[in-house]
Ligand binder design. Structure first.
Ligand SMILES: *[C@@H]1O[C@H](CO)[C@@H](O)[C@H](O)[C@H]1NC(C)=O
Ligand SMILES: *[C@@H]1O[C@H](CO)[C@@H](O)[C@H](O)[C@H]1NC(C)=O
Ligand SMILES: [Zn+2]
Length: 593
């Protein structure tokens, strides 16, 4: 081929207007400059004129389109819209991506559904969240929820305080200040880390007595939560009453009433709310001493405890009604709290029913948003993964088969937690050895649906009742070949879901957990910085009386000079903890959630 012929000259002439374009394409392909002289003729001036006209016309069309769209749709999809809006933030505590695989396969098995059948939540996946805290690559729920509430990283155990032990304002507090109504719905103690992080500030999550006081308004900002539904009654009752778990004699229910709250504590009280239509704000509803039972057990005790879905629906109905004539909507946090506990217990039966219950509440929120006239969005995510769950488990030294069986989960009717409680109760009556054996055999068959328990499995339960909970769970884990790598949390990324990926655009993709917090405050358009300032000013020198009568900071135990409240810096490199921890804690240490 002739060297001076354009490389692309064999293209059809219709694609290329003239030789000059060909020369320029050659220059791009070969990296050599074109050399030609082209004086500005009338033709080229005419081309420039046409080009300018085209640019101006396009700009006009874009401007008109934007104006027209604004006119048509006043509730623009943007992370910071103007106008009234509702925000529902759902937290699936401890639910990692594998919890979804586990639950989806279980659902398909149980319903005889095809492999294409999804959970509702599956259809709303938008991204993932990275979860590390300042003190460890593995976060706990306190640091995890502080990332959501304050949009800042802190140490494991921190309830909306920072590593310098100063309080950080939360999105719920700022929402209340801005005129929104606020609510918290959970299935664990309302004083547990996740809900606490929205309306309390303490240096260590264990200070649940203090958290209870703060959540009903006994702290620098006064009352900020309009609605609380969940468990954890025992932290609100004085230590003189039988069901109390408080260290002191303060009656927090009485204090709550003094601060204006209505108080309900049982199923009847909940039913009297008429699904939220007859709910008087502010309301404190505590339906269990500690946690509401796992869904797998609760579903047989419906006359005692409301479900997560029922509580969520009542909250949505009541908050919508109460803000009907307001120019501000509401902020509601709904937590599937005990997915985490099922992970800690390595109990796949409890886990699938917790996730299905969360999926139901999720569905109710979607339905609410579709029907409610006020603009709104739901974001759902987890604070961390729990259990290092795998839908696979190698049972023998030989190379495994690729199998995972949902069947054994479907046959079980109780959680390992419940079976263990019943067993402990039975043991407290000092039964004979034979009676123990038959009790254990019976609980395995009726509680777990397992008909092939080995003698080893039965006698271990009889001889080592202290670890009964793990043993009951493992009977199912071995048969289903469900694997767990820890009874604690893991550093896995967790999923983010939303009712509306357009509005939640800033959370599409892989993000830090603090970016979830950023989205919450930006969507509501609230000033969290002002709340932080107010907390610091009003909290300066503020003390409370502890159980010994000593005056301590309102945020609880303060660190000694040089002391770290998170115990140690878990970011330090490996230092032989593999051996050390056993010496420090001994066997059976169960150190926190
Ligand atoms: C109950 O609390 C009071 C302080 O309010 C304390 O002095 C007392 O020892 C506590 N009683 C029990 C049984 O813990
Ligand atoms: C489930 O229970 C039935 C009897 O109730 C039993 O025949 C079956 O083998 C069990 N399935 C599994 C997977 O354990
Ligand atoms: Zn946990």
């Amino acid at each position: 081929m002739a060297g001076d012929r354009p490389l692309l000259s064999n293209r059809p002439s219709s694609e290329l207007s003239n030789d000059r374009d060909l020369a320029e394409e050659d220059a791009l392909l070969t990296g050599q400059r074109t050399n030609r002289n082209n004086p500005k003729t009338w033709k080229s001036w005419r081309e420039i004129g046409l080009f300018v006209w085209a640019v101006v016309a396009t700009a006009v069309v874009i401007v008109l389109a934007v104006i027209y769209q604004k006119h048509q749709d006043p509730k623009q999809s943007s992370p910071n819209p103007s106008g009234k809006r509702n925000l529902i933030f759902m937290v699936s505590d401890g639910m990692g991506p594998t919890s979804l695989s586990l639950t989806r396969s279980f659902m398909q098995f149980q319903n005889g559904a095809p492999w294409s059948e999804q959970l509702v939540i599956d259809q709303h996946l938008i991204g993932q969240s990275r979860t590390r805290s300042t003190s460890s690559l593995i976060t706990d729920s306190a640091a995890g929820a502080t990332a959501f509430s304050c949009a800042l990283k802190s140490y494991n155990g921190a309830i909306s305080v920072l590593p310098n032990y100063e309080p950080c304002g939360t999105v719920l507090e700022a929402a209340k200040k801005a005129g929104y109504m606020t609510g918290l719905v959970v299935t664990t103690r309302i004083t547990d880390a996740t809900p606490a992080c929205f309306a309390a500030h303490v240096n260590m999550r264990q200070e649940e007595d203090r958290i209870a006081e703060q959540m009903i308004g006994d702290y620098p900002l006064g009352r900020v939560v309009d609605l609380m539904l969940g468990g954890g009654r025992c932290h609100f009752l004085p230590n003189t009453t039988e069901d109390s778990c408080r260290a002191d004699g303060k009656d927090i229910v009485a204090l709550a009433k003094k601060n204006g709250y209505s108080y309900i504590s049982d199923r009847k009280g909940f039913d009297d709310l008429k699904g939220g239509k007859a709910l008087d704000f502010p309301l404190l509803g505590l339906f269990a001493d500690t946690d509401i039972p796992y869904e797998v057990d609760r579903r047989n005790e419906d006359e005692i405890y409301p479900s997560l879905q029922e509580m969520a629906e009542a909250a949505l109905t009541a908050l919508s009604e109460a803000t009907k004539d307001s120019d501000k909507g509401f902020f509601l946090m709904i937590e599937g709290s005990r997915i985490d506990h099922a992970g800690h217990h390595n109990d796949p039966v409890a886990q699938v029913h917790e996730v299905l219950a969360y999926d139901k509440a999720f569905t109710s929120v979607l339905k609410f948003l579709e029907n409610d006239p006020t603009e709104g969005v739901m974001i759902s995510t987890s604070d961390h993964e729990t259990g290092g769950l795998a839908t696979a488990r190698q049972l023998h030294e030989t190379y495994p088969e690729y199998v995972w069986y949902p069947g054994p989960l479907a046959n079980a009717s109780h959680s390992a937690e419940r079976l263990t409680l019943e067993y402990q109760n039975f043991l407290s009556h000092d039964p004979s050895g034979d009676a123990k054996i038959s009790f254990v055999k019976d609980s395995i068959i009726t509680g777990l649906g397992v008909h092939d328990a080995s003698d080893d499995e039965i006698f271990k339960l009889v001889d080592q009742p202290d670890t009964a909970q793990y043993q009951y769970a493992d009977l199912i884990n071995r048969r289903s070949q469900t694997g767990w790598s820890t009874h604690g949390h893991s550093a896995a990324d967790v999923n983010i879901y939303s009712s509306d990926p357009k509005t939640a655009l800033p959370l599409v993709g892989n993000h830090e957990n603090t970016e979830v917090g950023d989205f919450l405050r930006e969507y509501l358009g609230v000033d969290v910085g002002a709340v932080t300032k107010e907390l610091k000013e009003k909290g300066m020198g503020l003390t409370v009386t502890d159980v010994t009568g000593t005056q301590i900071s309102w945020m609880g135990k303060e660190p000694e000079k040089g002391e770290r409240l998170d115990g140690q810096n878990h970011l330090a490199s490996y230092g032989g903890d593999f051996k050390k921890r056993h010496l420090q804690h001994g066997r059976g240490c169960d150190c926190g959630h």
